[in-house]
Design a protein around this ligand. Sequence first.
Ligand SMILES: [Zn+2]
Length: 419
Amino acid sequence: MTPRGWALLALAALAAALLLAAALLIPWARPLAPRADQLAALRTLPAEQVARGRAFHAALRPGGYGALAVGLLVALALGLTPLGARLVELAGRPFGDHWVARAVLGGLAVVLVADLLTLPFSAWRQSVLTRYGLSTHGWSGWAVDLLKSYAVSAVIAALALLGFYTVTRLAPRWWWAFGAAGAAGLVLLLSFVLPVLVEPVFNRFTPMEPGPLRQELVGLAARDGVPVRDVLVADASRRTRAVNAYVSGLGPTRRVVVYDTLLREATPAEVTSVVAHELGHAKDRDVWAGTLLGALGAAAAVVALYLLGSWSALLRLAGVDSIAEPRAFPLLLALVTVVGLVAAPAQALVSRLVEARADAHALALTGDPATFEAMQRRLAGVNLADPDPPRWEYLWSASHPSTVERMAAARAYARETGR
Ligand SMILES: [Zn+2]
């Protein structure tokens, strides 16, 4: 069998594995959140809060979709015309057209162009966040965060580009197999190592002061069978007024992280409710499931790109001879961008199902639907959520059930259990 035959076989196997993993790992049966309860919950929210949340999202929308459209257009313009290949050549020229310069500098140049052209939209977003009082760190803080995240992405991208184009050179016929394994490994690395390495770049963490809340949270985790080593407080208030909490790390390194803003804004019982949700993610191994699905998807994508690479019309558009050369990187990026856009609603759906399960976990663990609902109301108020967003936007991009859905789930739980 030819490498191409093997690639077709590998793609079929990966697709089957992906479907199987999705069927087994995604909690398809979502907890009840009847629409009647949603509407009743909506009526209990202050009208002013609802209006403010809606106005905030209306203000963000043009910039958000503008960034999406420009990002797509730039990716297509660079990938489906010889422009991108020209840019890669240009980046390699000062280094005698060496392939490493083309692969790494050329790749970074292409990404940088896209980043710079969408930069005005990021600034727009920041200005809206500031206007609505959600961002607290000012333009200099915003710029520093932006540069830090560019730096982190550039390091990761440079390593990935170097690794990928080394493999395409060393194994011109079989690179897709190594590339698929490498992409899966990269997803694994990024989801487990990155948080630990990157979190400290953006935030400072201090152990929570001993006291009743800390004791309650550690006890809650132990009772849940998800022991944590520590409860940390992140200094999120440096940049935002938004509140959040999460569980990170695995096994012996697992810790609960609570935003200092959450401690300031919410009652201890509400903080407990938020942490109970986060423990649900840890208990159900949601990070593992997400990583496995992501790794299978990434591997399948590499093989699919290899197979697409024999489509000569596509190569002609991009002005390249082979999909495996650095000059074809803009073409790869264009294809990945399009696939990412098409896959966004599916990703959002999976995320919402997983979040709804974590909510159900929080309700069962605390047995306190009233506090859960109060917490949702508070979260929506502080984070300026649209409690019942437009349907199309919800289906396209919502990573969490809406506020009224989460409140309705608490009401349904209360009815079911008589609490
Ligand atoms: Zn969650």
